[in-house]
Design a protein around this ligand. Structure first.
Ligand code: SF4
Ligand code: SF4
Length: 378
């Protein structure tokens, strides 16, 4: 039966398909609790809501009578550039590889739902639920107990053959399917991901402090990125792949032949200048099918300002000036920060920044601008 399920899953583009019971094994629930208790989920308050915590720790609560969880993974194309090449492309922004094409939530959910329909024919009608990322499910823990891959020290799932360029999904079913053997861990004494992390966000093996992680800060977090971390972003404008790019298991991963996310050239190291002038409408058109639309125009422009501010290239200053009048206080404050980084020692620029700050009416933006100026004085 399991082989038939796997064959069906592969017809829908899932490279891996494993089965487990609806339970998460130690140390995952305890580790998750400790992570929350330390506040490492940042502003993702929903993660700490009691009901969602309980559901994550007891996956059987997601579907009454659930007998099996089918854990699937879909591969996507790894970046064609190396880390130094990405960093050297100073007029460009680095976008996390999974976001180079279509939104995987949409792509995978559609395929999982179709798989669920076909399973009804194969296994008889059962209750089923499908999840891709957004539900309160410890997906990496379920993937590990299903034998799909182990959770690496960077917290992502690694498969021995395919590495970690994987997107995960789950199909909960009341059908009884024989579970697979859990995956064993093959990180060994390696610490490459911990060593390369630009913001030291992997505070211990298997523990990522979201409050320091560029992926969280540039995608999920919509507020004022802490001043101390901004210079560490370099030219990363949407997510960060550094910990995956150095992982030895990705060096030997087999090639992804079909990428259902359909990566597009315009999202691979896009010119920063092409993004800074996006208004709401042009942003929605540019990123209509992309996961970047979820982050929103203001947060993306915030990130673009950070990359420009980190470039040490004064050519951006006039362009950034135009964003000091942006409708978004967040964008105004980050354009202000970027200009200050690039030309804060120029008395004329400094005078203009002081004027801008004097007329700023939004309290949060004003506070951020004030901190920017204060840091320069220090
Ligand atoms: S995504 Fe980037 S910032 Fe986050 S843990 Fe990995 S290397 Fe560090
Ligand atoms: S880089 Fe090394 S330690 Fe980090 S996940 Fe990969 S194998 Fe594990």
């Amino acid at each position: 039966m399991k082989q038939a399920v796997r064959t069906l899953a592969s017809q829908y583009g899932f490279d891996l398909c494993h089965v487990t019971r609806a339970q998460v094994n130690a140390p995952h629930p305890e580790a998750y609790q400790a992570w929350l208790a330390a506040g490492m989920h940042g502003e993702m308050a929903y993660m700490a809501e009691a009901e969602r915590v309980a559901r994550r720790q007891q996956p059987q609560s997601m579907l009454p009578g659930v007998r099996s969880v089918i854990a699937v993974a879909m591969r996507y194309t790894p970046p064609a550039y190396s880390l130094p090449e990405a960093e050297a492309a100073a007029t460009s922004g680095v976008i996390s590889t999974y976001a180079h094409g279509d939104d995987y939530h949409d792509v995978m959910k559609k395929r999982l739902k179709a798989l669920a329909r076909d399973l009804d024919e194969l296994l008889g009608v059962h209750q089923q639920r499908v999840y891709v990322d957004t539900a309160p499910v410890l997906e990496h823990a379920l993937a590990a107990s299903a034998g799909l891959g182990w959770q690496g020290k960077h917290s992502l799932t690694i498969n021995r053959e395919f590495g970690s360029w994987l997107l995960l999904g789950e199909l909960f079913t009341t059908a009884d399917i024989e579970p697979d053997t859990p995956a064993s861990n093959h990180c060994g004494s390696c610490s490459a991901c911990i060593d390369v992390c630009p913001t030291a966000a992997i505070v211990a093996p298997y523990v990522v402090d979201a409050r320091r992680c560029i992926s969280y800060l540039s995608i999920e977090y919509r507020g004022y990125i802490p001043h101390a971390l901004r210079p560490l972003f370099g030219n990363r404008i949407y997510g960060c792949d550094d910990c995956q790019m150095v992982c030895p298991w990705n060096r030997h991963a087999s090639v992804c032949e079909i990428d259902f996310l359909r990566p597009r050239g315009e999202n691979i190291l896009p010119e920063l200048a092409s993004l800074l002038h996006l208004d709401d409408q042009s942003f929605r058109i540019r990123f209509a099918r992309s996961p970047i639309k979820r982050t929103g125009r203001d947060a993306l422009l915030r990130n673009v300002c950070v990359a420009m501010g980190n470039s040490a290239d004064r050519q951006w200053v006039p362009m950034l000036h135009s964003r000091l009048q942006d409708e978004s206080p967040l964008v105004r404050a980050f354009a202000f920060w970027a200009i200050e980084q690039l030309a804060g020692d120029d008395p004329l620029v400094r005078a203009r920044l002081m004027d801008t700050m004097a007329f700023e009416h939004d309290q949060s933006a004003y506070k951020d601008m004030f901190e920017t100026m204060e840091q320069n004085i220090e």
